[in-house]
Design a protein around this ligand. Sequence first.
Ligand SMILES: NC(=O)C1=CN([C@@H]2O[C@H](COP(=O)(O)OP(=O)(O)OC[C@H]3O[C@@H](n4cnc5c(N)ncnc54)[C@H](O)[C@@H]3O)[C@@H](O)[C@H]2O)[C@@H](O)CC1
Ligand SMILES: Nc1ncnc2c1ncn2[C@@H]1O[C@H](COP(=O)(O)OP(=O)(O)O)[C@@H](O)[C@H]1O
Ligand SMILES: [K+]
Length: 511
Amino acid sequence: MKIFTADQIYEADKFTIEKQQISSDVLMEKAATELFKWIHSRLQGAEVTIQLFCGIGNNGGDGIALARHLQEHGYAIQVHVVNYSDKRSKDFLLNLERLKDRKIWPEFINHDSGLPELSPNDIIVDAIFGIGLNRPPESWVGDLIKHINDSRAFVLAVDVPSGLPSDKAPWNKEHVVRASYVLSFQVPKLIFFLPETGIYQNQWELLDIGLDSEFLGKTATAYELIGKPEVLPMYRPRLKFSHKGTYGHAVIVGGSYGKIGAVQLASNACLTVGSGLVTAFVPECGYHSLQTAIPEIMVLTDEEDNTITKIDIPFKPSVVGIGMGMGTEEDTVKAFSALLKNIETPMVIDADGLNILAKHPKFMKDVPKQSVLTPHPKELERLIGEWEDDFDKLEKAKTFATKHDCILLIKGAHSITIYNTIGFVNTTGNPGMATAGSGDVLTGMITGLIAQGYSSLNAAVFGVYLHGLAGDMGVSHNGYEALKASGIIENIGKAYMELLRPPEIENNKEA
Ligand SMILES: NC(=O)C1=CN([C@@H]2O[C@H](COP(=O)(O)OP(=O)(O)OC[C@H]3O[C@@H](n4cnc5c(N)ncnc54)[C@H](O)[C@@H]3O)[C@@H](O)[C@H]2O)[C@@H](O)CC1
Ligand SMILES: Nc1ncnc2c1ncn2[C@@H]1O[C@H](COP(=O)(O)OP(=O)(O)O)[C@@H](O)[C@H]1O
Ligand SMILES: [K+]
């Protein structure tokens, strides 16, 4: 699913109005109707006070129109107009008149008004600012937002949490609504998925307000949200007359004394995701434990006991995954650099592989094109330098990926795979995966997918999705805390099954 910018949403809005020959008020009414249906289906007329905070733009207009629907269905409402400007939008004014026609008189909140009383038992509708926010809210509006956050009431935000700009970090963290739930119109917003801005909502859901599907379909976007419909077409089915050679020979290089487990996890994940053959290359000290732990893999060892000093691979691998637990000793750096100079196949570079690249930027020119780099935020910072905010980080990452013709996978709660100017935002995974070794598992999985013939980009996007799905299946019975990286590997098979489960079976189950 595409992720549109605020400007693109305004264009879609305009296009829809012209094509369908409707007035903008019709879209607002549709938005308000969908908001009402969502609330009504859950509250079923419950006797709860709904406090609506409405700005004076179209986000506020949505709130005012919603208030009318709620009142018509007997809900106890209190409407507050947050009067932050005298530039009221046309449709806001239209809906304010409609509200007054029904003898509902909102309370106007200005810079010198006191703060309204709120109870934790109230439901608050936040319709103060939408995607039109383009400068810091005035301090009294910020104080009101803080008051809403302090109320401990359930806060339902309309379109986006108020105070959150759509293309930069908030000016003041306290002046952003912390929404229990966001009902967002038509398309997901990038702010929902970034660590700095995603924290302002617990959950989000899309409401269809009928924006023109042809316009949405043909508009190119800089970000795409990756769910099942996006990854399913990437899946490469196993062929009946295939043999292990069909699915490639992956090599996993890494480990040092005390960190052989990282290679074990990556190799096991690589094999479990479907690589035909897997060879691990480790320092001598890792030989026995690896052979014992995973009998299905082959093991090559360095001449040295404790670290990697010379990487000799006596065959042409389909792909090399490198870096986990490898360390950054001088000899290891030399071995890594020599491998980069000799290798032709794409690589998946993680952990200490990335740390070495960050320390020796000139090595980047030897990294094979279409390699996948999988940094967590700290490793990313070492690679691309500091950033101002998450948006700046993404731009810098795009510049880096384009310059080096690589796929840059920024790991996190919503991992984002960057290729050229596009970012693919993952939707699977959970906080249980914040555990030692889960990144090693991911590196192994992506390596194993490339071995099977997935393109580097598809391997990264598909691999991140499957890794998160395996993590989700891993926590479904035992909870977040008990998930270990090896538990993610154990659930790779189930994740494939879940991904390939036909929709008919889902329907039958529901019936
Ligand atoms: N196509 C869509 O998705 C639709 C969007 N609608 C709603 O329209 C909203 C966008 O409405 P608007 O463009 O009117 O913008 P907002 O309602 O978000 O903001 C109102 C106006 O306030 C001004 N403003 C920005 N920052 C300010 C600040 N810090 N202090 C004071 N004034 C400030 C801006 O000029 C802005 O236009 C969406 O978020 C959504 O809720 C709906 O009405 C239906 C259609
Ligand atoms: N809160 C979270 N939600 C979803 N996925 C997460 C979360 N925290 C971590 N992950 C995932 O777990 C992996 C952690 O990788 P990394 O930090 O490299 O771990 P390690 O170095 O221990 O292997 C990444 O794929 C990341 O996306
Ligand atoms: K809002």
